[in-house]
Design a protein around this ligand. Structure first.
Ligand SMILES: [Zn+2]
Length: 388
């Protein structure tokens, strides 16, 4: 299938209906089985598909309707990972008092602080996203995108010294286990006909900006950290490149953002991509999916300075606002970017998902739909302008 210029897509999650959240709660409480939950989630996925198709989006996801959030759902998929509350692990967190202050000061929803922790050797219970894709492809003819938690995010969030080191000799040892699992998954998804696999690595921004204490912010996947950001970025880069190494036949990408748990922009991380650029450029993926609708992401000129030559998933609508971006404004932004980057490499997407954490969607489905529609209108205008 040949894509038009400026293909439109989403980053991942879609706001979940209330009846799905009820079912999610009941599943967690053990009141309904996974199969019963999935019958409810099927209906929610159909709605998410319908909204995206009606908005004219060319590459769609299942809205992550079956997941509780973008990373801790793997506890359901892989044996050896337990969800632990902050209360259960706080004594192991370095710099505990600072962390407690930050939690109090910020708009951090308590439920989002259920962190996946490695509590034994990992063993896949099932695939990570094959079930999602099998349902999705039965119900759409559109190209399919799947977001998976990246190897660095998984390692960073689930390696808890004092617990995990009883089962893995080092954090690196665990990280390579994730690399292996993710590689197997990407190959399965490709064989199912998935067009685009995106690895989510939002904590990379936390690595470069999280230590800045003037920025009172927090990412729940980053409870445990190392002191040296450069070493962390090198490590993340190596893991990402090992994960995708030699896998052809499917588009791969990495998504990076500054947090999406709150509508309070001042609670989220802020800073340009500049400190990350050398590592971003060295990632052996086809596309980088970047926030650019929020001013917190800085200017696009940084891409030019570093000779960015990959595809870019260009964030053109802010998932956390009520205002719907005008198509004309989106076109202007893309025109600016197209001075530095080949128009054939620009994809349009929102900055992030609309419902990263199930219980705290950052928008309504209706506003999310209107934002997608505006994005598609902008793409139509751009296609006329650039002759695609
Ligand atoms: Zn994001």
């Amino acid at each position: 299938m040949k894509l038009p210029l400026f293909p439109t897509t989403v980053v991942g999650s879609w706001p979940r209906p209330n009846w799905l959240l009820q079912a999610l709660k009941r599943r967690r409480a053990g009141e309904i089985s996974v199969d019963e939950f999935n019958r409810v989630a099927d209906e929610a996925v159909l709605l998410a598909i319908k909204y995206q198709e009606d908005a004219g989006i060319e590459i769609i996801t299942d809205g992550e309707q079956r997941r509780d959030n973008f990373y801790s759902f793997i506890a359901d998929k892989i044996e050896g990972i337990d969800l632990k509350t902050v209360a259960e692990i706080i004594d192991l967190v370095p710099d505990k008092s600072r962390f407690e202050n930050v939690l109090r000061a910020l708009d951090v929803p308590a439920f989002s602080i259920r962190n996946p922790v490695v509590v034994s050797r990992l063993k896949p219970r099932s695939s990570i996203a094959v079930d999602e894709v099998e349902f999705l492809r039965e119900h759409t003819d559109r190209l399919i995108k799947v977001a998976l938690p990246g190897p660095y995010l998984l390692t960073r969030s689930s390696w808890v010294p004092g617990i995990s080191d009883k089962y893995y000799s080092s954090r690196e040892d665990l990280a390579y286990e994730y690399v292996k699992l993710l590689r197997e998954e990407i190959i399965k998804l490709r064989d199912l006909g998935v067009f685009f696999v995106q690895l989510d690595e939002p904590v990379l921004m936390e690595v470069v900006y999280g230590a800045d204490r003037s920025q009172q912010t927090f990412m729940c996947a980053a409870l445990f950290t190392r002191e040296n950001p450069k070493e962390e970025l090198d490590f993340a880069l190596e893991l990402i490149n090992e994960t995708v190494k030699g896998i052809g036949g499917v588009k791969t990408g990495v998504h990076i953002c500054r947090g999406n748990w709150s509508r309070r922009e001042d609670a989220l991380l802020k800073g340009s991509y500049e400190p990350l650029m050398p590592h971003l450029i060295a990632m052996k993926v086809d596309q980088l999916v970047l926030e650019y609708a929020t001013p917190r992401a800085g200017e696009i000129e940084v891409l030019k300075e570093y000779g960015f030559d990959k595809e870019i998933g260009f964030g053109v609508v802010n998932p956390r606002t009520d205002d719907v971006e005008e198509p004309g404004r989106i076109v202007e932004k893309v025109d600016r970017l197209a001075k530095y980057i080949d128009a054939g490499k620009i994809y349009l997407n929102p900055d992030c998902g609309f419902g990263t954490f199930a219980e705290s969607p950052v928008n309504t489905a209706w506003t999310a739909f209107r934002k997608l529609k505006s994005m598609r209108l902008a793409a139509d205008m751009l296609r006329r302008e650039y002759g695609g």
